[in-house]
Design a protein around this ligand. Structure first.
Ligand code: HEM
Length: 388
């Protein structure tokens, strides 16, 4: 609103900012008060972020996510029953709110170990209410746009107190139920409790001059991460599924290929959905990537300069505190990188076609050290399988 921002379009400059000279741009510039949910991975500023990211990255490896496939699959089966039921009664149904039920159930199961029945529950669940609060803009968001950084300085939480209270209570209850120790559910809460068994989390020292940052993994810190896994994971996955189903409906040839691949892969794996079976859905993966090329969800990407930064090879200096924006939508619809960009064509992501592409031409999950931590948690596959 009141502060000029720099919009980057040159992919080499973008690579400098997001990857090569990341140390200058490790802040996203969207932090808010530290009390409440402020110390979460997405919003935290660089010192806190570095420790959090360092510690939470290991819980998002494919090996750990593999153990959660059973949670996704369970919700998937329930969801298919719901869709079958709807198909018996109705000719049409709005798809976004429908798939939200699935992603809300799976994220709740994976993040908090909760079996919330958002799928068959026709009444508004508490999660739906919390969701409405989180995603409805308020005057506090506008104040932050007019006076960037003010929320941080005044230690203000942009959400009404029900939101932090809800996540804090939720985490407390789950930890109590597990006696503060990991169980055999193997969900994120288990993995976090395992981390907590080391009472102190140590941030890596990058240079000799760096002060080591340490952090105790309190219930509040855990609640802040539970909040961000929920907020960043559930709506993005729902929108991806809705856009993918829309793209398939508009491109029946692509849809037929997806169906044929699913039939082939299921036959190979005795009709069982396993992590290995999902990994074998190579064409579906291309469709997924093309969906997020066509409809990237996080727009724009943001970084904030920590120090003055002279862009290499140019007579331009980004000043300390200046906001730098990057538009995945603009880049991913630019014919320089994607010929005939308005055509939905999953083959753009064949290894042959993507091999020469610039590392920053695909930014659906961002890139560099601050990219999406949850990008391997690909909830989408299950729903498409269900619908096929
Ligand atoms: C299709 C689904 C998803 C899309 C398209 C998506 C996209 C993104 C994007 C574009 C960013 C910003 C990256 C940047 O600034 O370079 C981001 C950050 C993030 N995402 Fe995702 N995301 C998805 C799913 C998830 C899931 C399932 C989770 C967690 C369970 C998650 C957790 C996060 C977190 C914690 C961050 C902040 C990372 C940091 O600052 O270190 N996302 N996501």
């Amino acid at each position: 609103m009141t502060t000029p921002c720099l919009l980057l379009r040159d992919l080499d400059v973008i690579k400098h900012v997001l990857i090569k000279d990341f140390d200058y741009f490790s802040d996203r510039g969207v932090s808010f008060g530290e009390k409440g949910l402020g110390n979460n991975l997405f919003h935290s500023d660089s010192d806190m972020w570095r420790v959090l990211r360092n510690r939470f990255t290991p819980i998002f490896t494919t090996g750990k996510l593999k153990n959660m496939v059973y949670l996704l699959s369970k919700s998937g089966d329930k969801f298919i029953e719901l869709v079958d039921d709807i198909c018996q009664k109705q000719k049409e149904h709005e798809v976004h709110s429908l798939v939200q039920k699935y992603t809300m159930a799976t994220i709740s199961a994976c993040a908090f170990g909760l079996e919330v029945d958002t799928i068959s529950d026709t009444h508004n669940s508490i999660f739906t209410k919390i969701d409405n609060i989180i995603f409805t803009p308020t005057y506090i968001d506008e104040i932050d746009m007019m006076y960037p950084g003010v929320l941080r300085k005044l230690n203000i939480d942009p959400f009404p107190k029900e939101v932090p209270e809800f996540f804090e209570q939720l985490v407390k209850t789950v930890i109590e139920q597990r006696n503060g120790k990991p169980t055999d559910r193997k969900d994120f809460m288990d993995l976090i409790l395992k981390l907590r068994q080391d009472s102190k989390l140590q941030g890596p020292k990058r240079t000799e001059k760096d002060n080591e940052t340490s952090l105790e993994l309190t219930d509040d810190i855990i609640a802040a991460q539970a909040f961000v896994f929920y907020a960043a994971g559930y709506e993005t996955s729902a929108s991806t599924m809705a856009f993918m189903l829309y793209a398939l409906a508009k491109n029946p040839d692509v849809q037929n290929k997806v169906i044929a691949e699913v039939d082939r892969v299921l036959a190979k794996y005795d009709d069982k959905l396993s992590f290995e079976a999902l990994n074998d859905l190579k064409y579906m993966e291309k469709v997924f990537n093309e969906t997020l090329r066509f409809y990237p969800l996080v727009e724009p990407l943001q970084r904030n300069a920590k120090r003055d930064y002279k862009i290499p090879g140019m007579n331009v200096t980004v000043r300390k505190g200046q906001m730098v924006l990057i538009s995945p939508l603009g880049i991913q619809h630019d014919e320089k990188y994607y010929p005939n960009p308005e055509k939905f064509d999953p083959e753009r992501f064949s290894s042959e076609n993507s091999s020469g592409r610039h590392a920053c031409a695909y930014l659906a999950f961002g890139t560099g050290p601050r990219n999406c931590i949850g990008k391997f948690l690909d909830l989408t596959s299950f729903i498409i399988l269900g619908n096929c």
